[in-house]
Design a binder for this molecule. Sequence first.
Ligand SMILES: C[S@@+](CC[C@H](N)C(=O)[O-])C[C@H]1O[C@@H](n2cnc3c(N)ncnc32)[C@H](O)[C@@H]1O
Length: 261
Amino acid sequence: MLKVLSALRLSYLNSLKLTARRSNFSTECLYDESITKFISENTEIVVDHNLTPEIKLRLFTPNCRFWFERPEFWPFEDPYWAIYWPGGQALSRYLLDNPGVSLGKSVLDLGCGCGASAIAAKLCGANRVVANDIDSVATLATCMNFKLNGLESPVCVTDDMIGSDPGNFDLILLGDMFYDEALSYNLHTWLEDCIKTHKSQVLIGDPGRAQFEELAFQSRLKKLAQFELPKPVREENYGLNCSSVWAALCKPRHLSGHESF
Ligand SMILES: C[S@@+](CC[C@H](N)C(=O)[O-])C[C@H]1O[C@@H](n2cnc3c(N)ncnc32)[C@H](O)[C@@H]1O
């Protein structure tokens, strides 16, 4: 049974890869009717119990089969997009509370997952939104969530952009991306380049994960906001009580005359 599932998963993933058009970055959103149906059937539309009740999202809830099912039965990559992470929640809340931050901007949501921060930026009038996730099922879920909120699909990129020149974005969003040591290290170096080369504004949502707090980058971060997590989010993320939004500065705080980008 497991072998069949693995083969299914591989063939799905290969077909996903083939649908992507190759350019610098592939910017075609996967559309696959069977996967769309699968996502609809295995998620629930959630409008509350998180920091942004204005945004509707298809997520796993206790009413969904895969909330309890053994993970090996899930036929795709780990469904990180089916969870609305505390870092992403804080970042999206901050964007909605401060619409001027994304108004008229070109925005990259790197590691978009369910796409909530990209949606928040678009709802606030971002000019162009690129949703990037190396999991093409996540970008499909993001497109479904854009539609759910009455928005046109964003530009989707499924390549790993970390380490490459992403192009000229006014604003780069990172919701809960510091959950893995190697990823955190790579992000750190790449963000420095993005800020130096393009003067991009970088906003990070993080609930105090160890890999984030240990960043050499810490002296270049300024906390913009902190949000207490709602009870259901605290219960799902044992030990986390709040989540914060940070801006990355051009220079370390002690050398920075003014604390903007
Ligand atoms: C912890 S989840 C956060 C999702 C979303 N930002 C949120 O806060 O709800 C991390 C996401 O990053 C994606 N990811 C991991 N490595 C990545 C990379 N190198 N480039 C783009 N996305 C990546 C994963 O597939 C996953 O969807």
